[in-house]
Design a protein around this ligand. Structure first.
Ligand code: ZN
Length: 57
């Protein structure tokens, strides 16, 4: 899937196996057998997992 699960945009780059970054909303997401995990990058550069209920897939 090359479309951002948060904004639906296509400014998505692959940064690893099953691991992507959206330049539009500055989130990272990983896709595995359990589904999609979305991470926000906070001001300290830490990844913060977003609650799936807040994401429209
Ligand atoms: Zn996005």
């Amino acid at each position: 899937m090359m479309q951002c699960p948060v904004c639906g945009g296509k400014a998505v780059g692959k940064i690893g196996a099953g691991h992507y970054f959206c330049r539009d909303c500055c989130i990272e997401y990983r896709i595995d057998r359990e589904g999609i995990q979305v991470f926000e990058i906070d001001e300290d550069g830490m990844l913060v997992r977003l609650d799936p209920a807040q994401i429209r897939l």
